[in-house]
Design a protein around this ligand. Structure first.
Ligand code: AMP
Length: 417
C-alpha cells in the first residue's frame, strides 16, 4: 500500500466499534432469547427514533445527572432544533406512550426494546460511546407484581445465556414526598462531613445529594458507608410495596441483596431500584438494572401514570457470557470435481431451497482444496459433482462415500444431518 493510502485510512470513532460477522452470532442469540421470553410474558417490541428533542432528556433524565450534564451527544439540525442521540430508553418510551395515547389501551402496556444508545463517556472495556441495550417496561401499573415480574424476566434472560453468577441488588428510593425529608437528612449528614467529600459531590450537595453514593472518591466512600439510607426512611406504603416485591422474588427463587446504597444514575426513579452486577466485567460491573418511575410520564406532560422497567447492556452481557455460541455448521459443502461452476451453483441452490445450510467454492479451487475447505468448515456432508453428471455423497464424519441421484440429495442429507 502506498504512503498516500495509509494516511487516508479511517478508523471507527473513539468509543465505537464494528460488529464483525463472527461477533454478530452471539448478539443474535441474546436478541432471540430476549425476544422469546419477553414475548411469552406479553411484552411487545417498540422502536423509537435514535435521536429525540434534547428537552426530553433534560426533563426526563434530570438536569443534575451525569448523563445530562456531560454525556449527551447534542447537536443542532439544519432547522435550528436541538436534538440529542438517545442516552437511554425510558424517556423516549414514555414520550411515545403519551404521544400515541397508550393510556387508552388496556393497562399496563408492556413493551420491550433493543437498539443503540449514546453517551460521551471515557471508553474502556465494557464502556463505549455507542453501546446497545435490551430493555423492558411495564407502563400503567403501580403493582409490585410488575416490579417482580420484570426483575424475574431479567434474571431469566441472564441465566438463559449462561450467566448464573450475577448478583442482584435491590433497594427502594420511596416516593418523592418521603424522599424530600430523607434528602434533608442526608444533606445535613453530608454537610457535617463536607471536608471529606470530593469536589464533585460537594458541588451537587443541593441538587442531587444521593449521587454521593455512586462516588469513586475514597473519602466520599468512607463517609457514605455510614450515611443514612432511604431504605431506613421508607414510609409504611413504600415499605409494604418493597416487602411485597421481596416476597415475590423469594417465591420465584431469585436471590437478591438488599442494599440501601443503590441509587442509580437517573433522576426519575421512585420506590423500587435494582441492578444486576457481575464481577467478571472488571471495573464496569453493571450488567443491567432499572426501577420504578411513577412520576416520569406526568413530568413529561402526560396523565399521571406509574411505570417500571429495566435496561441491560448487550456488550456487558457478551463479556459476562462464558461461552460464545458455536458457529452454524453447514449441512453440506458442494464440490465441483470438474470445474463446472454453473452445475455447482444449481445443486447448491436446490439444497438451500430445501433449507439446508450449504456452502460452495467461489474461488476456483482445486478438488483437493475444496475438500480441505469442506473439512475445515465442519460440513456434515461433501457433495462431490463428478465429471459425467454423477454425484458422490461423502459423510465427512465417518468418511463413508456413495453415489446418490441428484434428485435425492436434499432428502439424504436432511436424513443424515
Ligand atoms: P443505565 O441506563 O445507566 O442503568 O444502563 C443500563 C445498562 O446499560 C448498564 O447496566 C450497562 O450494562 C449498559 N451501559 C450503560 N452505559 C454503557 C456504556 N457507556 N457502554 C456500555 N454499556 C453501557
Amino acid at each position: 500500500m502506498s504512503r498516500g493510502m495509509a494516511q487516508a485510512r479511517h478508523q471507527a470513532p473513539k468509543g465505537t466499534f464494528d460488529v464483525l460477522p463472527d461477533q454478530e452470532r452471539a448478539r443474535a442469540l441474546i436478541f432471540d432469547h430476549g425476544a422469546e421470553i419477553l414475548d411469552a410474558a406479553g411484552y411487545g417490541r417498540i422502536e423509537t427514533p435514535v435521536f429525540e428533542d434534547t428537552a426530553l432528556f433534560e426533563r426526563g433524565v434530570g438536569e443534575s445527572t451525569d448523563i445530562v450534564r456531560k454525556e449527551m451527544f447534542t447537536f443542532e439540525d439544519q432547522g435550528g432544533r436541538s436534538l440529542t442521540l438517545r442516552p437511554e430508553g425510558t424517556a423516549p418510551i414514555c414520550r411515545a406512550y403519551v404521544e400515541h395515547g397508550m393510556h387508552k389501551l388496556v393497562q399496563p402496556v408492556r413493551l420491550w426494546y433493543w437498539g443503540p444508545y449514546f453517551r460521551y463517556e471515557r471508553p474502556q472495556e465494557g464502556r463505549y460511546r455507542e453501546f446497545n441495550q435490551i430493555g423492558a417496561e411495564a407502563v400503567g401499573t403501580d403493582s409490585p407484581q410488575a416490579d417482580a415480574e420484570l426483575i424475574v424476566l431479567l434474571d431469566e434472560l441472564l441465566r438463559g445465556l449462561g450467566i448464573d453468577d450475577a448478583e442482584l441488588r435491590l433497594s427502594s428510593l420511596g416516593q418523592p414526598e418521603a424522599r424530600v425529608a430523607y434528602r434533608e437528612r442526608l444533606r445535613d449528614y453530608l454537610r457535617e462531613h463536607e471536608s471529606e467529600l470530593s469536589d464533585d459531590v460537594r458541588s451537587r450537595l443541593d441538587t442531587n445529594p444521593l449521587r454521593a453514593f455512586d462516588a469513586d472518591h475514597e473519602g466520599t466512600r468512607a463517609v457514605m458507608a455510614e450515611a443514612p439510607t432511604m431504605l431506613d426512611s421508607l414510609d409504611e406504603a413504600d415499605a409494604e410495596h418493597l416487602a411485597s416485591v421481596r416476597r415475590m422474588l423469594d417465591d420465584a427463587g431469585v436471590p437478591y441483596r438488599l442494599d440501601g446504597t443503590l441509587v442509580r444514575g437517573l433522576d426519575y426513579y421512585t420506590r423500587t431500584v435494582f441492578e444486576f452486577t457481575c464481577d467478571r466485567l472488571g471495573s464496569q460491573s453493571g450488567l443491567g438494572g432499572g426501577g420504578r418511575y411513577d412520576g416520569l410520564i406526568e413530568q413529561l406532560g402526560g396523565p399521571p401514570t406509574p411505570g417500571v422497567g429495566w435496561a441491560a447492556g448487550i456488550e456487558r452481557i457478551l463479556l459476562a457470557m462464558r461461552e460464545a455460541p458455536p458457529n452454524r455448521i453447514p449441512d453440506a459443502f458442494v464440490i465441483s470435481a470438474d470445474g463446472d461452476t454453473e452445475r455447482a451453483f444449481h445443486v447448491a441452490l436446490a439444497l438451500r431451497r430445501a433449507r439446508l445450510a450449504t456452502r460452495t467454492d467461489l474461488a476456483g479451487r482445486s478438488f483437493k482444496n475444496q475438500m480441505k475447505q469442506a473439512d475445515r468448515c465442519g460440513a456434515g456432508f461433501a457433495v462431490i459433482l463428478e465429471e459425467g453428471g454423477t454425484v458422490q455423497l461423502r459423510d465427512m464424519g465417518s468418511g463413508e462415500q456413495r453415489e446418490v441421484a441428484e434428485a435425492d440429495l436434499a432428502e439424504e442429507i436432511a436424513a443424515g444431518a
